[in-house]
Ligand binder design. Structure first.
Ligand code: NBP
Length: 484
């Protein structure tokens, strides 16, 4: 028997192949297997040639190739495939071996799988991985969670192959029990949806409202990338806007305006709805993709409905400065909402999430990497129990400074008839959050009127519920429990 492998990776898709090459270039010996075994041969003879990568054609062969405790990492399609693979491999493994799922699995599936795998004497790790093809090859952000005992087993590999921040901190740390790693990765993806939608809204306001050319917009995004908005997504947006097809025409102008989605944004919003958290910006980002998909209806409606002529008259440079403020403030709201969701789910699941550590993991390697995450880390390091990111002194001042431009941008979009749902949702959330008395008093009255659902009163202690006979005598009656 030849050299034993440090880890096995199952699945030779885009992510699997590149992670294997990353591991091998960092000195690890990697065994690989793929359901369609011809891909193993193609990989071993191609990109993996001459490297410490062992191609295997059966699960049995894969397992015997591994050092103990065995580490078996799945990089396959999320869902049924993961359950089927786990079921097929259990009988080959021994106590103390570790199964790692590096795909985009739902965190509740991961929690369930961890229980099942642990009941067989094995450990289970659900590791969210972000960074796409390039990140997998050169250093992704890795968010592992699951069986706590497995962390010291997988840590030497994960904290070697991951991305690092400028000061040398690994963008990988233990997130928590059960599905915590995949949950944090899911929220990362939701935030990615929000960041992308916000950038797209500023693009449309600049293009259709201010009449900027692709070149001019590329320059604006390039300038923004030098300031507090500096991030991977702003940088690639600037690059995309300069890219031309072979005939010299802008590639972006030829791309169909129908957004696809794989579901992690939707999962994030559904989770927020399940725990009653106002994740409005990411919700709008998901729905904006849904609306974009109604292309034929939109084209037909564009011939039926009219709005204001989207022509801007005024100071373009000042409007662009306002847009930068709107984007920045909206982004603060988006992350504030994302962190609120994490707090709520952590409380429900009994996780002790390290919020500053999560910001650190997202600082390098992943799609939402940005300068901004450094400020978030500092805010949570200063106050790990921060109730809302907007309340951190740094972000409170940032929102105060951005507020006037943010409001002008939202008003401009409405005035010009350009949809900016994420910017608008962010501002509405901010205004709602800072409003001591919302109109929910009237709403409660309506519920009590038509359904006798009861309400609490401002002139009585909390926890006492009243019902008014709205069409009869005007005296309220009290009870200790609300009706549904
Ligand atoms: P894909 O998501 O396209 O999956 C391809 C791999 O899954 C192939 O190896 C395929 O084997 C295998 N597979 C399938 Br499909 N059904 C299977 C089954 N029933 N049993 C065993 N293997 C099966 O690959 P990917 O884009 O590399 O992504 C891998 C995971 O990482 C996914 O969960 C994805 O969501 C996640 N992820 C992807 C990215 C990205 O940028 N692409 C980023 C972060 C995370 P075959 O060759 O025999 O069909």
């Amino acid at each position: 028997m030849g050299k034993k492998a440090d880890i096995a990776v199952v699945g030779l898709g885009v992510m699997g192949e590149n992670l294997i090459l990353n591991m091998a270039s960092n000195g690890f010996t990697v065994a690989c297997y793929n359901r369609t075994t011809s891909k193993v041969d193609a990989f071993v003879d191609g990109r993996a040639a001459g490297k410490n990568i062992i191609g295997c054609h059966s699960i049995g062969e894969l397992i015997t190739t591994l050092k103990r405790p065995r580490k078996l990492m799945l990089m396959i399609q999320a869902g049924k495939a993961v359950d089927e693979f786990i079921a097929s491999v259990l009988s080959f493994l021994d106590t103390g071996d570790v199964i790692i799922d590096g795909g985009n699995s739902h965190f509740m599936d991961t929690a369930r799988r961890m229980r099942e795998v642990e009941s067989n004497g094995l450990y289970y790790v659900g590791a969210g991985i972000s960074g796409g093809e390039q990140g997998a090859l050169t250093g992704p952000s890795i968010m592992p969670g699951g069986s706590a005992e497995a962390w010291h087993i997988v840590r030497p590999i994960f904290q070697t192959i991951c991305a690092f921040t400028g000061d040398g901190s690994p963008c990988c740390d233990w997130v928590g029990e059960g599905g915590a790693g995949h949950f944090v990765k899911m929220v990362h993806n939701g935030i990615e949806y929000g960041d992308m939608q916000l950038i797209c809204e500023t693009y449309q306001i600049m293009k259709d409202g201010l009449g900027l050319s692709n070149r001019e917009m590329a320059d604006v995004f390039g300038r923004w990338n030098q300031g507090p908005l500096a991030s991977y997504l702003i940088a690639i947006t600037s690059h995309i806007l300069t890219h031309q097809d072979g005939d010299g025409r802008a590639t972006v102008d030829r791309i169909l305006d129908v957004a696809a989605q794989k579901g992690t944004g939707k999962w994030t919003v559904v989770t927020a709805l399940n725990v009653g958290q106002p994740l409005t910006l990411i919700g709008e980002a998901v729905f904006a993709r849904c609306l974009s998909a109604l292309k034929d209806e939109r084209v037909a409606a564009s011939r039926i409905f009219w709005g204001p002529p989207a022509r801007f008259q005024g100071d373009r440079a000042a409007a662009i400065d306002d847009l930068e403020q709107a984007l920045y403030a909206s982004k603060i709201v988006s992350y504030a909402q994302g962190y609120q969701l994490m707090r709520a789910v952590a409380a429900e699941q009994g996780w002790h999430l390290n919020y500053g550590g999560i910001a650190l993991m997202w600082r390098g390697g992943c799609i939402i990497r940005s300068v901004f995450l450094r400020d978030i880390k500092q805010a949570f390091d200063a106050d790990p129990d921060l109730v809302n990111l907007m309340l951190a002194p740094f972000f409170k001042t940032a929102i105060e400074n951005a507020q006037a431009g943010w409001r002008r941008t939202a008003a401009l979009a409405i005035h010009l008839g350009i949809p900016a749902p994420a910017i608008g949702a962010a501002l509405a959330y901010y205004d709602g959050y800072r409003t001591a008395r919302l109109p929910a008093n009237l709403l409660q009255a309506q519920r009590d009127y038509f359904g006798a659902h009861t309400y609490e009163r401002v002139d009585k202690p909390r926890g006492l519920f009243f019902h008014t006979h709205w069409n009869g005598n005007r005296e309220a009656t009290a009870s200790k429990t609300p009706l549904a």
